[in-house]
Write a protein that binds this ligand. Structure first.
Ligand code: SER
Length: 307
């Protein structure tokens, strides 16, 4: 399945479930001085949970351009080392603002993954926030308990994006690439090895983190999910990393042509990954009029181009 088909399938599925299909915003959040870049699909909706502003819709779905380079959410140091992180990537998401909550979010995630993407259900594992028994009970309708893994706040309490704003417990879907990719007999989601790939995070925003670090209740609780398009494409196209999917392969091939090196060389692979990742990031930043400079966003771009 092509990445473009996965994008459409996702947005169409949530349209069928009553969501408005809303355009993503740019990489520079328009009215959010707390963020360097748009780092998640939820960024454009923060006020819908945190204030009682009138809502144009209570359910939305988007495909959002994201940048995780510079600032708190930066993944820049992982690029090239893993085959699953990016500075620039696309996040598919469905959102509820005071509308549906955990039950529907989980049921629809399962339906999409099993019935639309047709991923064999025995490959799916999930994690949940260890204090969130409600989420565990919902998952038990679909999965044996051995594949429902409790994790701590570090892994399964998401947000906020930046230092303040909506956050809450989350539950994540993983695909199992097989025991032979694991690091040992007791390897589970949450382990840093290559056996499990987390591809969809379902967050249940309930708190509004304040500047002093305290958690106030949100005006409207809801749902904020994020599925990495590059990761789900890798799963559907059965490639060894995100960099061999149709989202990256044309760039990798062009770098091979220009450089004369082969991506198949283990020694060169990290350089191919860094270069192809950073080219996408630079192109999309420049498209939004960010130019290399000595500070802020321009400095991030300068670092990306230099590297
Ligand atoms: N905001 C969550 C994330 O970025 C889910 O969309 O993972």
């Amino acid at each position: 399945m092509k990445s473009s088909e996965i994008r459409s399938l996702y947005l169409d599925f949530f349209r069928e479930k009553g969501h408005s299909v809303v355009p993503g915003i740019g990489l520079i959040p328009f009215d959010d001085p707390t963020l360097l870049f748009t780092s998640a699909g939820m960024v454009q909706f923060k006020k819908f949970w945190a204030t009682d502003t009138p809502l144009p819709y209570t359910r939305a779905t988007t495909c959002q351009k994201c940048m995780r380079a510079g600032g708190k959410d930066s993944d820049i140091d992982k690029i090239g080392i893993t085959g699953r992180h990016h500075t620039f990537f696309e996040m598919l998401g469905n959102f509820s603002f005071g509308d549906y909550f955990k039950k529907e979010a989980i049921e629809w995630a399962w339906e999409f993954v099993i019935e639309r993407l047709k991923i064999p259900e025995e490959l799916i594992w999930v994690s949940y926030y260890e204090k969130d028994d409600e989420t565990k009970e919902i998952w038990k309708k679909f999965l044996p308990e051995e594949r429902i893994i409790p994790l701590s706040e570090k892994d399964n309490f998401w947000g906020p994006a930046g230092d303040t704003g909506p956050c809450g417990p989350c539950t994540e879907l993983y695909v199992d690439f097989g025991i032979e990719k694991g690091c040992g007999s007791n390897c589970k989601p949450g382990c840093e090895c290559s056996r499990f790939l987390e591809f969809w995070n379902l967050v249940f925003p309930q708190y509004d983190k304040q500047k002093d670090g305290s958690l106030a209740p949100l005006k409207r609780r809801g749902v904020d999910t994020g599925m990495g398009l590059e990761r789900i494409t890798r799963i559907m196209q059965k490639t060894n990393s995100n960099y061999e999917t149709d989202l990256f392969l044309p760039i990798v091939k062009e770098i091979e042509r220009i450089s004369g090196y082969s991506y198949d060389s283990e020694e060169k692979k990290p350089s191919f990954r860094i270069t192809s990742d950073h080219i996408r990031a630079a192109v999309f930043l420049i498209d939004e009029n960010v130019l290399p400079s000595n500070e802020g966003r321009g400095y991030v771009l300068r670092r990306i181009i230099r590297r």
